[in-house]
Structures are given as C-alpha cells and as structure tokens.
Design a protein around this ligand. Structure first.
Ligand SMILES: Nc1nc2c(ncn2[C@@H]2O[C@H](COP(=O)(O)OP(=O)(O)OP(=O)(O)O)[C@@H](O)[C@H]2O)c(=O)[nH]1
Length: 332
C-alpha cells in the first residue's frame, strides 16, 4: 500500500470513527432534551462527515491536503466556543476524540499545536467551573492522551522516513541507489520539458575495476567507492544528484546544465580523480560518458541509452577519458 493510500485510509477511518462518536453524543443529548448540545454535536458530526468527503475527493493528494487544517480548526474552535457558552456536561468526552483526530490527520506540528490549544482551553474552563482536583485530574488525563498519541505519531513518521531513506540509498557509499535513479531522472526530464531548461547526465566507470578488486579485495574496493563518492559530492554543486550503480559505476543527473557545462564538469571530475593519491588504491582513473537532453528525449531510456553509448566510446579510447554523445537536435 502506498503512503498516499495509507493516509487516505487512516483519515477516512479517523473521520468515520469521530462521526460515529459525535453522532452518538448528539443522539444522547436529543434523548435527554439538551437541544443546544444536540445542535452542537450535529454541527460537529456534519464537519467530520465533510472531512471524510474531502478525504475521498482528494484521495490522490492526501500527503498535502490543506483542507484538513480548516475543517479541524473549525471543529476545535466550535468546541471551545460551545465549552464556554453551553457548559456541556462531561466536556472531556467531547475533547478526547477531537485530540486524537487532530493528531491522526494533521501533520504532527499542526496537530500538536491545535491539540495543546484545545487542552489549554479545557484546563481554563475546568479551573473556572469545577473543583480544583477535578480540573487537574481531567486535564492531566487529556494531556497524557495528547503526549502518547503525539509520541506514537512521531515514532511512526520517523520509522517511515528511515525506511524510505534505506530503500533509496546505497548501503556502501551512502549515495542514492539505482532503484531511485529512474524515478528521479523521469521527474527531472519532465521538469526540464516544463521549464524549458537544459538537463545533462554523466555515466562514470572506474577503469580496470575488476583488476582493482582482485588487487585490493572487496573491502579495499568498498573503501575506494566510498572515497570516490565523497570526492564526487565535493565536486558537484547543490541540485546535482549522484547514484551508485553496480560494478564500480556512478551516474550523475545535472539539472540546468547545457552541453558546454557538462563537458566542463566531466573533465573536472576526470582530472581531479586522476590527480589524487587514493588511500589503499593509490592512482585511480575513471572514464566518463556524458550527454544533454535533446528535444526528442522524453523518457529515461532515451538518455540512459545514449549516455551508456558515450561511456562505451570513452572506454574504447582507453582509460582516463571523457566522451560526449550528441542527441537528436530536431526541434520538438
Ligand atoms: N551541474 C553542474 N554544472 C557545473 C558544475 N561545475 C561547472 N558546471 C558547468 O560548467 C559551467 C562552467 O563552470 P565553471 O568553469 O566552474 O565556471 P563558473 O562560471 O564559475 O560556473 P558557475 O558559477 O558554477 O555557473 C557552469 O556554468 C555549469 O554549466 C557542477 O558542479 N555541476
């Protein structure tokens, strides 16, 4: 299940649970003839049903749906206003589902701020209207609920982020992995087309990688890959992205970089690597193939095929070389 579908499902379940809970409060108040409270609960239930409808309509954009903040702010402010105007009995019964809903649906910081504001209003109301001991007990209970729910959601967010990082990162070098390459390259191609800016890519391979591995062992090779990654990160500029592929190969995506630019940076990478003395490996050289997106390149395969061809051409010319392959320059 994708993150977006999971969020849509959780939000729908949260709103459905809250609607059911608040509707049962409305029904209770209707039975006992507390019409003010019945209308309050009915209004809140309408808002939670609207929230469920909004979740359904925006089910493909749940990670950034701003309407939830408006709905939940209306629910929280409505309850605070009713708290002071109507003095509903068992006010914590009304506050608790709303606190859980805030934290479940909104981004953690927004949910926490709304819940704490609601908690402060509740504590103030109880201090003004009930015995001190009762006010402290109920407020502490709601505070504990806020704290546990917030901690749980923080933990979940943290785990989800770590899992996502692990899925797109090469464990040896810490650069992005091949799995993430096609996804990012396709996004960059779409961005380059939409904004009419240039986009270049580089494919880089360590010369004589197999011989180097035989000579220095797997651990030595991993050290070299890590050192080269660090070096490449130092050379490229912010906005460029680096990927570690198999067999000592790297891939670079360079947005806003025309042909002259990719030639400059490829040459700079080649020269600076050849000039260094690498720990364990000593002298190392690399071959680089590079290309720039042409107007007919709309898919990742177009660029990847051409840059691979450029790398093969560079290798044919011996170690320590750069080759640029020109794309189709016909206007789109
Ligand atoms: N994507 C990318 N392009 C680079 C980088 N370094 C140089 N280039 C390209 O090469 C061109 C010339 O770069 P330089 O020789 O460093 O000259 P520069 O005028 O100092 O380059 P910038 O101020 O970085 O634009 C730049 O305009 C870029 O297109 C880099 O690290 N990343």
């Amino acid at each position: 299940m994708t993150e977006t579908r999971l969020r849509s499902f959780t939000h729908l379940a949260g709103y459905a649970f809250a609607s059911f809970f608040i509707a049962s409060l409305a029904f209770q108040n209707l039975r006992y003839g507390f019409y003010d409270l019945f209308f309050l609960a009915a209004g809140m239930a309408l808002l939670t049903v609207a929230g469920a409808g909004y979740t359904f309509i925006c089910r493909r954009r749940q990670l950034s749906a701003p309407g939830h903040l408006i709905i939940l702010t209306a629910l929280n402010s409505g309850l605070v206003a009713a708290m002071f105007a109507l003095d509903p009995p068992g006010i914590s019964h009304w506050v608790m589902p709303l606190v859980v809903l805030n934290l479940l649906i909104l981004p953690l910081r927004q949910g926490l701020i709304l819940s704490l504001l609601l908690l402060v209003a509740l504590a103030l109301f109880l201090l003004l209207s009930s015995p001190m001991m009762y006010a402290v007990t109920i407020s502490s209970g709601v505070f504990a609920l806020v704290a546990v729910a917030a901690l749980y959601i923080w933990h979940y967010d943290h785990m989800a982020q770590s899992a996502e990082d692990l899925a797109i990162t090469d464990p040896v070098t810490g650069a992005h992995n091949a799995r993430f390459l096609d996804e990012t390259l396709q996004k960059e191609i779409s961005r380059a087309i939409a904004m009419s800016h240039s986009l270049s890519v580089i494919s880089l391979a360590i010369d004589y990688a197999e011989e180097a591995e035989d000579l220095h062992g797997q651990a030595g090779m991993q050290r070299l890959l890590r050192d080269l990654t660090q070096h490449l990160f130092d050379v490229i500029r912010a906005g460029d992205t680096l990927y570690t592929l198999e067999d000592g190969e790297f891939f670079l995506i360079l947005p806003f970089t025309p042909e002259e630019g990719v030639r400059v940076i490829a040459e700079r990478i080649r020269r600076t690597i050849a000039e260094q003395n690498w720990p364990l490996a000593g002298k190392v050289t690399v071959s680089l193939g590079c290309t720039t997106r042409a107007s007919t390149d709309t898919r990742t395969a177009d660029l990847r095929k051409r840059v691979r061809h450029a790398l093969e051409e560079a290798r044919k010319r011996g170690a320590d070389s750069v080759w640029y392959s020109q794309g189709d320059v016909r206007p789109s």
